[in-house]
Design a protein around this ligand. Structure first.
Ligand code: NFS
Length: 649
């Protein structure tokens, strides 16, 4: 609990984090871990979601003795409004990130890409076909311009449903239609959420929650999906690639630069320019052996998957990275960058540099990253970091020796290719393995760390149990980094712990049992994979029928709430390691944890331990298997068309 004083080994499971939490104590540096203690008992009204400060007659707090705010709003209204605002915050974050990439794609298409280019023309043409854009016989620039303009319309559309929704199975689209959650343009949906939740507008908790799911779909099947598509076109569709994870990737004798945040526009250019001969020579002239670029949080996943750039760590390691005393610069863009970073950096020589005009932090230097001159901006940032190398104080340096090798880069394209080869790329072998029961189902483990619990523990324990039980695990975000730091993202290691059926399939097709599929925006890849499974046939005609579950064990961000909602609205059950701020309303809690099952075929579940979550995952997967009729004892053989027809699913 928040008010217990914990030791470093209560805070994290990995040895690098433990060593640096101890060093923070010795160096008298505050971190999120120590601030968690000073926060003591956290606000119970906030925790229950019953604090309302939407108008200035308040703030009002709902209690049994004062069941309504000054305006008359009850707990249901207040909790639902607060929840909708959180979903909208998360959706706005993913979608604004995506908009930025779409604008870059348009610039590139128009010939002023500032050093950026269309790296994956195949992905461009494939995406154009998905949206019925003519591509045969046209230049890639012309196709990219049409696609970018279509994507911009996905943000601004006023009365047209999002075109990207059509990438979902048709049955699912009909469910959205039936329940009135088909989103128009992303921007309109978020603005409408703010309007609905302002004083005196929407007071019906069901209507508010309906809009929450609608907004979330504008994220998962809109902003986030578009973000992934645009990233793949501009920076390349990921394919399996080796990398390494944890703070031990930092160099003793190199200039260490950490790029932290989310937008691959910045990080991808830094990843390219760090190999530039001019930068290498500059580092040598500063007395360093070279430059080590490493990533944190989701931008780490972006450049790991496309360049094999090492990962310094996940969310709760951002302050710890600076506490190594060996980081010359931490470059931040948007999202998940703690405002404390410059305060921590004061005790060391690290420079914290913000790069986005919309995301500045007191105490950080600001170097605007100009995409029209991406190369020049990246070089200026790298040189400034190199200039800071001379200020490193060896007495303050502690680089933990811990880092592990990993393999990442499992885009849906890459998985299809691995399953079927280049001529028959398909999900067929996976569907067959699920139908035969060698794989019980698929679980996506996603999301953050949170100092409320021991960092990475729940995520890792759950992963262990699931692969042991023959469940294929898909990972994104900081949860994927947890597995990487543990050394479980190499096929060799994870296979040792996988159940016999899963191991057999993974060995036969050459995939590891835990697949790192990217950043949090790339949770759209999980939906894409589930859609591929539906289209491949044999496992039901809708996402809600596929034996698949999502889990956010250690989540902390509004983005995770939006993701959870679009999973549920897509028919995928979601298990949370700790609850939303909704317990103050029985009605809201009941709707999210049960009522949505009727509407969308999925709901939220709260499991406060990894063991509970594993049991719930297996229960949900088995229920789906039963409904599909694939739990009948079948002889283990390759299914032919006749078998599949007889499976009658
Ligand atoms: Ni996702 Fe990625 Fe990490 Fe959580 Fe933050 S980095 S966008 S929100 S903390 S997983």
């Amino acid at each position: 609990m928040a008010n217990e004083v914990k030791t470093s080994t209560d805070r994290a499971v990995d040895a690098a984090s433990i060593a640096l939490i101890d060093k923070a104590g010795c160096d008298c540096v505050d971190t999120c871990f120590s601030r968690m203690d000073t926060q003591k008992n956290q606000c119970t009204f906030g925790t229950k979601g019953v604090c309302c400060k939407i108008c200035h007659m308040g703030p009002c707090r709902i209690t049994p003795k004062s069941p309504r705010g000054v305006c008359g709003a009850d707990a249901d209204t207040i909790v639902a409004r607060n929840f909708l605002r959180e979903v909208s915050g998360g959706t706005a974050a993913h979608s604004d990130h995506a908009r930025h990439l779409v604008l870059l794609l348009r610039n590139v298409a128009q010939g002023h890409g500032g050093g950026y280019e269309i790296k994956d023309e195949r992905a461009l043409r494939y995406s154009a076909r998905l949206y019925q854009i003519e591509e045969i016989g046209r230049t890639k620039e012309a196709v990219a311009l049409d696609l970018a303009n279509l994507f911009l319309g996905e943000f601004t559309s006023q009365e047209e449903p999002l075109k990207t929704l059509q990438l979902a199975p048709t049955k699912r689209q009909a469910i959205w239609e039936k329940h009135g959650v088909v989103p128009f343009g992303v921007d309109r949906m978020v603005v409408e959420a703010m309007h609905r939740t302002t004083m005196g507008v929407d007071h019906d908790y069901r209507n508010l929650l309906r809009h929450a799911f609608c907004v979330s779909l504008a994220d998962g099947w809109g902003g986030a999906r578009i973000g992934t598509i645009a990233s793949d076109i501009l920076f390349g569709t990921p394919t399996p690639i080796r990398g390494a994870a944890n703070l031990g990737v930092l160099g003793e004798k190199t200039v260490n630069i950490i790029v932290h945040g989310h937008d691959p526009t910045l990080s991808d250019m830094l990843a390219v320019m760090v190999d530039d001969p001019e930068i290498k020579a500059y580092a040598k002239s500063a007395g360093a052996e070279g430059v080590t670029l490493a990533g944190l949080c989701c931008t780490a996943n972006e450049i790991l998957m496309r360049h094999g750039i090492p990962v310094a760590g996940n969310f709760l390691q951002q302050e710890l990275a600076i506490i190594t005393g060996a980081v010359e610069m931490m470059v931040v863009d948007v999202q998940c960058c703690m405002p404390s970073l410059p305060l921590v950096a004061k005790s060391y020589h690290t420079e914290v540099v913000s790069t986005a005009d919309m995301a500045q932090t007191t105490g950080a230097a600001h170097m605007r990253f100009d995409e029209h001159d991406g190369v020049g901006s990246a070089k200026a940032i790298l040189k400034r970091a190199i200039d800071n190398y001379k200020n490193r104080d060896p007495k303050k340096v502690l680089i933990p020796k811990h880092s592990e090798q990993m393999v990442a880069g499992f885009s849906v394209e890459a998985i299809k290719y691995m399953l079927g080869g280049s001529y028959r790329a398909s999900f067929r072998p996976l569907n067959d393995a699920i139908m035969q029961g060698r794989i019980r189902g698929v679980v996506g483990i996603v999301g953050c760390n949170n100092p409320k619990s021991k960092s990475d523990e729940y995520t890792n324990d759950l992963t262990t149990e699931l692969i042991k039980q023959n469940v294929l695990v898909l990972k994104t975000g900081c949860s994927a980094i947890s597995s990487g730091k543990r050394g479980w993202l190499t096929p060799e290691t994870a296979l040792q712990f996988a159940g016999a059926g899963l191991r057999e399939v993974c060995e036969a097709v050459g995939i590891p049992p835990i697949l790192h599929m990217g950043s949090c925006v790339d949770n759209s890849r999980l939906l894409e994979a589930a859609t591929e499974i539906v289209h491949e046939g044999g496992l039901g005609d809708d996402l809600s029928k596929v034996p698949a579950v999502g889990v956010a064990p250690e989540w902390m961000s509004e983005k995770a709430i939006a993701i959870g909602c679009y999973f549920v609205a897509s028919g995928v059950d979601v298990i949370l390691g700790h609850p939303f701020y909704i317990s103050g309303s029985e009605n809201v809690t009941h709707y999210l944890n049960a009522g949505t099952k009727e509407d969308f075929g999925a709901s939220f579940h709260v499991c406060d331990s990894a063991a509970d979550a594993a049991a719930r995952c297996l229960q949900l997967l088995e229920e789906k298997r039963e409904k599909l009729g694939i739990n009948r004892k079948v002889e283990r053989k390759l299914l032919d068309m006749k078998d599949r027809r007889e499976a009658n699913v």
